[in-house]
Design a protein around this ligand. Structure first.
Ligand SMILES: Nc1nc2c(ncn2[C@@H]2O[C@H](COP(=O)(O)OP(=O)(O)OP(=O)(O)O)[C@@H](O)[C@H]2O)c(=O)[nH]1
Length: 565
């Protein structure tokens, strides 16, 4: 057992006020020296005046202190905070714990206690309270939805508060949210996602921002939340303050434009070509701001490749067409006129195709030009077009050439005759027309057969090509009837040429299978007159031919011969 002197010398040394008063008169029994320092009055003053203690209590706290005294007598223990007025008028805060000691009969014997000066602590607490008040007022009036989460452990989060804006926009009242965990408030998946964000913020110890879609009492909405960690003095995150923003309309617009874009993209895939936006900078650098995915089928380049540069597009254009495409782009940029080109593409996969591009340009601020356009694979159309052109050429040939003999047909010959007459009208000059006809051709057909007759007709044209001049035109007018146009030829020349031809035919032996066929021709020669029409000229020549026939065939008759007869 320690001697009493030990306790008294211990009490003499403690920095807190230690006191004891007797019951029931409350006469001071003990007050340690620290009291003189803290209360600003000598211990003796308290010994002389038992009421001094209550009079130095701040008037505002006196009633509460008196009440606590009664409480102490009843309960045997009390804890209280009150202010003391020092002699200089200074106020200090005391934290006082007091107990009641009873005698063996249970009667109150003594009150004693320890009081500590807690002024700085109380001021700090007041400051904190007023700050909290301020925060609360701010939260209450803030237009943004705000909520506060207490961090109990790494995985336990408890909602403490949500402001009126949050209550109104989420439909969650303060009563609903307070003391609730995310698991109690949200469905399982949403709670897990929310907790993952809270955990991340606790671990990073810095504000984070995230977007989430939550089904809350006010409906399913998209939120953008900024989460701010609040640390205690030890640096532990104790609270999270969330500031949420309802971004449902924004997200909806985003979804709509994405849907529209996807629809466009889908549509783009159905087209035989690709739609695009092509941007040409003032320095001449071009790239595709947008291209639908069928760019791969036409240029062998993905929309991403085209977005970087237009090189992948121009490189695959056929070298013979590349410059004209570039030039057309430049003209379109300079004049802001529509761009329309057809060109060949050497696809990186090895095949060649025809592309047709159409685009409308617009000039942007800063001088760039932006085209909105469409490039299609028109290979099939081009193939058909080329085929059509070829068959048209074939038909044109068919329309001008006699298929049996290869000589110009009647229509073509009359065209030539018409051209020659027109030339004569303009420039004068001489030209002659000869008509000839195989003699007794029916007999040849009948005797040797139709095929032999055909061979004879071909042979007549062949001989004509041999004996006539390059400028003469031998045409088949129909059946076994032919005509020769002799430009730049006078009448005598034409007669001589005709005779030469007649003799060559008469000397001809036509190989008709097993037999050899001989044939003669009769010819009618006229000099063309500038006032002639093709019909009138042919009619005159036909008359001469008829005459040659009438005179016994295998002969040449000329108009002037008749006139002279
Ligand atoms: N093999 C063949 N015969 C033809 C062709 N075109 C017409 N003919 C025949 O040519 C014959 C012409 O006979 P005609 O008009 O009576 O005259 P022709 O027998 O030559 O008697 P002339 O002219 O008076 O000497 C007919 O029998 C026709 O069928 C043809 O392309 N090939």
């Amino acid at each position: 057992m320690l001697p009493e002197i030990f306790f008294s010398s211990l009490l003499e040394r403690v920095d807190d006020v230690v006191w004891a008063v007797g019951c029931p008169d409350l006469q001071l029994e003990y007050l340690n020296p620290a009291a003189a320092v803290i209360l600003g009055r000598p211990v003796r003053a308290f010994e002389e005046d038992p009421d001094l203690w209550l009079t130095i209590v701040h008037p505002d706290d006196r009633e509460a202190v008196a009440a606590s005294h009664d409480h102490l007598l009843q309960e045997g223990e009390v804890e209280r905070r009150y202010r003391i007025l020092r002699p200089g008028g200074e106020t200090v805060w005391m934290y006082d714990r007091a107990w009641l000691m009873r005698d063996s009969d249970g009667q109150p014997l003594r009150l004693f206690g320890i009081a500590r000066e807690v002024t700085s602590e109380m001021l700090e607490r007041q400051r904190l309270n007023s700050t909290l008040q301020l925060h609360r007022r701010f939260l209450e009036s803030a237009l943004d939805p705000i909520f506060v989460v207490k961090v109990e452990s790494d995985d336990t989060f408890v909602f403490r508060y949500n402001n009126p804006a949050h209550r109104q926009q989420t439909g969650i009242s303060l009563e609903m949210i307070r003391h609730q965990t995310p698991d109690a408030l949200l469905d399982k998946a949403q709670a897990a996602a929310v907790k993952a964000h809270y955990r991340e913020c606790v671990q990073l110890k810095r504000p984070i921002q995230y977007e989430e879609r939550l089904a809350l009492p006010a409906g399913e909405r998209d939120w953008q939340t900024q989460l701010v960690p609040v640390e205690d003095s030890a640096g532990r995150v104790v609270e999270l303050v969330g500031v949420a923003r309802d971004i449902t309309p924004l997200k909806q617009a985003e979804r709509q434009s994405r849907d529209a874009f996807e629809a466009l993209d889908q549509l783009g895939q159905q087209l035989p070509g690709f739609i695009y936006q092509y941007l040409l900078s003032p320095s001449g650098e071009g790239r595709f701001l947008y291209a639908s995915r069928r760019s791969i089928a036409i240029y062998g380049a993905t929309p991403d490749e085209l977005a970087r540069s237009d090189t992948a597009a121009f490189n695959v254009i056929h070298p013979d067409d590349r410059e004209s495409v570039r030039a057309a782009v430049e003209v379109s940029a300079a004049t802001l006129s529509h761009w329309h080109c057809e060109y060949r593409v050497r696809h990186p996969r090895g095949h060649e195709l025809w592309a047709e591009g159409l685009a409308t340009p617009e000039r942007l601020e800063g001088g760039s030009v932006l085209w909105h356009g469409y490039i299609a694979d028109v290979s099939e159309r081009k193939r058909l077009q080329l085929e059509l052109e070829a068959s048209e050429a074939r038909f044109r040939r068919l329309a001008t050439v006699d298929m049996l003999t290869g000589a110009p047909n009647r229509r073509c010959f009359i065209d030539c005759l018409e051209g020659e007459l027109a030339r004569m009208k303009r420039h004068g000059g001489k030209a002659c027309l000869v008509m000839f006809d195989a003699d007794h051709f029916k007999r040849i057909n009948d005797t040797f057969g139709h095929a032999a007759g055909d061979q004879v007709l071909k042979a007549l044209v062949y001989v004509g090509e041999q004996w006539l001049r390059g400028s003469d035109v031998l045409g088949r007018l129909g059946g076994e009837e032919f005509a020769i146009l002799m430009p730049e030829t006078d009448y005598q020349g034409a007669l001589a040429l005709s005779e030469r031809f007649r003799r060559a035919v008469a000397d001809l032996l036509v190989d008709a299978g097993e037999r050899v066929v001989q044939v003669t021709v009769s010819l009618g020669v006229v000099a063309l007159r500038a006032q002639d029409s093709p019909d009138s000229a042919l009619e005159r020549a036909d008359r001469m031919l008829y005459r040659a026939k009438a005179l016994g065939r295998n002969r040449t008759c000329g108009e002037r011969d008749r006139a002279s007869e």
